[in-house]
Design a binder for this molecule. Structure first.
Ligand SMILES: Cc1cc2nc3c(=O)[nH]c(=O)nc-3n(C[C@H](O)[C@H](O)[C@H](O)COP(=O)(O)O)c2cc1C
Length: 357
């Protein structure tokens, strides 16, 4: 990227060439995708919230063997082993940590003291202000059209609000896929774009070919935001399984959940009792109903069955609405070259002709 507008403060902060982040996505952003993104000049983020601590450690070591470029790791702050995980990431000198759901201040402090960059995702300006006051280095502002757990404010409204609320780099997320989007985000004051769904649809993604086909077939109106999966709003593909959960009463939901838990027991050897125990402890923490609790405990496994094992009939496929505007599955290197080239062309044409190409 030669255009000076594309060398942003976020690029300088992290030490990357392109203001493009591949976000942490459970069962999707593994070692290959993360390494490919960082090697191509962006910032790859390993999804570790869905890995055990041992798996996370092994994946980070594998990444260190594959790339010398900076990369990030996505973890949860609300697990009992969060501080131990953080210590492993500090020891491995990981450049940046992002969080699935809200971070805890103590975790941010520990990472900051060790010189690891911290970049939480926010869905409202007041969340951005809160984490900025804790000293985080950057935030991802994700609009409602984004994939997975998501907020209620569209990107076009949220982004300028967050940029106005904090004086750290803001990465724009929710609906981005190309170079024009990158230039638009920069015009709103962002320091780059962070994309999930677009990277899910690359050759290095862990999502299997049948899953990628389902996303290719989807239109922008084929997604919905549901609380039925784990009690928190989550954008997923609108499938028969999710509609069944949405329309079910609480008893039926519990039965559906037990049935899928039973299917999982057979698939993974996970006992229903272990799901129940996880559920009961989450119930106290988040004030969820029993059926939501069972789903919450079960959701990662259901998502794994769909995303990683290609069982499209299980039917939990987190996605941004942008899936409906994606029609090809490039390699990560091709994608980053396309985005950079398009952004540069748009900026050059503006400068030369005073308007968009
Ligand atoms: C399949 C999938 C899995 C996701 N898993 C996680 C996760 O484990 N941790 C996290 O912080 N965000 C997760 N997200 C959210 C993304 O990291 C990202 O913020 C979002 O996809 C951005 O919106 P976009 O899809 O429009 O690009 C996930 C999103 C998708 C589509």
């Amino acid at each position: 990227m030669n255009h000076p507008a594309l060398k942003t403060d976020f690029c300088r902060l992290v030490g990357i060439e392109k203001p493009i982040v591949q976000t942490g996505m459970g069962w999707v952003s593994g070692v290959e995708l993360t390494a490919a993104t960082s090697e191509a000049g962006g910032l790859g983020i390993l999804a570790a919230a869905t890995l055990s601590m041992g798996e996370m450690e092994a994946a980070v070591d594998a990444l260190l063997g594959k790339t010398n470029k900076p990369f990030g790791v996505n973890i949860r702050s609300d697990t009992p082993d969060a501080m131990e995980r953080i210590d492993i990431l500090i020891e491995r000198k990981v450049r940046l940590v992002s969080f699935a759901a809200a971070p805890k201040e103590a975790h941010v402090q520990r990472l900051k003291e060790a010189g690891v960059l911290v970049m939480p995702t926010v869905g409202a300006p007041r969340h951005a202000e809160k984490v900025a006051a804790w000293g985080v280095d950057a935030v991802i502002a994700q609009g409602q059209e984004g994939g997975g757990h998501t907020g209620r404010i569209p990107t076009s409204i949220l982004l300028p609000q967050v940029v106005g609320a904090v004086d750290i780099p803001v990465l724009a997320a929710g609906g981005f896929k190309d170079g024009r989007g990158l230039v638009a985000a920069l015009a709103w004051g962002a320091s780059g774009i962070a994309m999930g769904t677009r990277f899910l649809m690359t050759q290095e993604s862990l999502a299997s070919a049948p899953i990628q086909d389902r996303y290719l077939q989807a239109s922008v109106t084929d997604t919905l935001v549901t609380r039925a999966i784990d009690g928190h709003p989550q954008r997923v593909l609108n499938t028969a399984f999710v509609r069944g959960l949405e329309n079910a009463g609480s008893i039926r939901r519990l039965l559906l959940t037990l049935r899928s838990a039973w299917a999982f027991k057979k698939l993974t050897g996970n006992s229903i009792w272990s799901l129940l125990k996880a559920g009961i402890s989450m119930r106290g923490r988040h004030g969820l109903t029993m059926s939501q609790v069972m789903m919450a405990a079960n959701a990662p496994m259901l998502t794994k069955a769909t995303m990683a094992d290609g069982q499209t009939d299980v039917g939990i496929m987190p996605t941004g609405q942008v899936c409906g505007a994606i029609d090809h599955v490039p390699s990560v290197a091709q994608l980053l070259t396309q985005i950079s080239q398009e952004a540069e062309d748009v900026l050059n044409t503006f400068a030369r002709e005073g308007g968009p190409p």
